[in-house]
Design a protein around this ligand. Structure first.
Ligand code: TXA
Ligand code: MG
Length: 341
């Protein structure tokens, strides 16, 4: 049975956390909100506890987890030789949506956290509930997104319940998450700092602070998977997603064509496209508001699964700033498919 406990986002009610802390210490898993998406946590030093995460999510064993900490001092227990630029990023962006890949101190964390790699991904989340939980626990917590593997990450407690009810004992409900997309993952083990997964901390923000940053192409991962998670199908609703040119006329033509084949179509786009007569419309907010689009994207993808739609159209967005992260997730959700008209 899965309990949902509503927690005070101002974290004044410390007793709400006792249940979660007790479960984690006992080696159980707990879902909790972060500023990006909901995570499914377990004590990072317990192989048995961490195994429960993989089981509940149906996650492939070779995909490593991010380790969450409540204070910077904790990292010296399981990392070593931290590069200067990594230090600068921690000081600048923590707590916040930035995961750093650092050298792993051998035999410190459970092997299944890092999937046997010599590196570890670490971040300090900026959500009051996540921070309060981590600070009461005083131990690192391994936590992937709290969705069923392959589905969009959860931005509400209800999404976690939908995917994992009956498989986990507790969900801390802190409302809807702010950013709505997973953290930026940046590799500090390679020669040039390299973004493996774009997110809320953008390339532009990073370069202002540490100079040149590379971005790993998604296709890099087929030869040498650097963020092993990137090679799996991701963020995908049940029906196929197609990217389409950002043009009202093109989308109108596409809808006509789809209807002529007796199929139903959903459009996920800014409000500018709401006038188009598709079968379903899920808003990404006002035009050119990329922050809103990131915040609403996974909810919109999940909404499609509650419909009888045959095909999902998404007009492409700008890749500027957080747009890079949004388009990265959309390209994966579409598995590269384009609707040509
Ligand atoms: O915002 C987030 O990062 C959320 C919240 C819960 O913190 N977590 C999250 O975790 O998105 P997950 O497991 O869904 O994604 C972790 C990503 C995967 O792409 C994984 O392959 C990569 O980080 N990763 C983890 N450890 C790594 C490592 N040592 N080397 C390279 N990539 C790593
Ligand atoms: Mg995930």
């Amino acid at each position: 049975k899965t309990t949902i406990t509503i927690v005070d986002n101002l974290s004044t009610n410390k007793s709400s956390y006792t249940q979660a802390v007790d479960l984690l210490i006992k080696g159980e898993v707990v879902a909790f909100p972060t500023e990006t998406v909901y995570g499914l946590g377990a004590i990072a030093t317990s192989e048995e506890a961490v195994a429960k995460i993989f089981e509940a999510k149906g996650r492939p064993q070779d995909n490593p987890l991010i380790v969450h900490i409540g204070s910077k001092e904790e990292i010296s227990a399981f990392t070593h030789d931290i590069p200067k630029l990594a230090e600068v990023c921690m000081d600048m962006f923590w707590p916040g949506p930035l995961t750093l890949i650092l050298p792993l101190k051998p035999d410190t964390l459970a092997k299944n956290v890092t999937a046997g790699l010599q590196t570890v991904g670490v971040r300090m989340p900026e959500h009051s509930v996540a921070l309060e939980l981590l600070r009461q626990l005083k131990q690192p917590v391994a936590a992937p997104s709290a969705n069923k593997s392959g589905k969009p990450s959860p931005t509400k407690a209800e999404h976690v319940f939908h995917d994992l009810a009956g498989k986990i004992p507790l969900i801390l409900d802190g409302g809807t998450t702010g950013i709505g997309l997973e953290s930026t993952v940046i590799d500090f083990v390679s020669d040039t700092p390299t973004i493996l997964r774009p997110g809320g901390v953008t390339k532009e923000m990073l370069e202002k602070v540490i100079g040149q940053v590379s971005v790993a192409k998604s296709t890099d991962h087929e030869d040498a998977p650097r963020a092993p998670g990137m090679k799996y199908a991701h963020y995908a609703p049940d029906s196929p997603v197609y990217l389409i040119e950002n043009s009202i006329t093109k989308v109108q033509q596409a809808v006509k064509k789809i209807h002529s084949e007796q199929k139903k179509v959903a459009i996920i786009a800014s409000d500018l496209f709401s006038q188009i007569k598709g079968d379903y419309f899920f808003s990404l907010g006002k035009e050119n508001q990329l922050g809103d689009a990131g915040h609403l994207l996974y909810q919109a993808l999940r909404n499609c699964d509650e419909t009888d739609v045959d095909i999902i159209l998404v007009p492409v967005l700008s890749k500027e700033g957080v747009g890079m992260a949004i388009m990265n997730r959309l390209e994966k959700a579409a598995n590269g498919k384009w609707f040509h008209i």
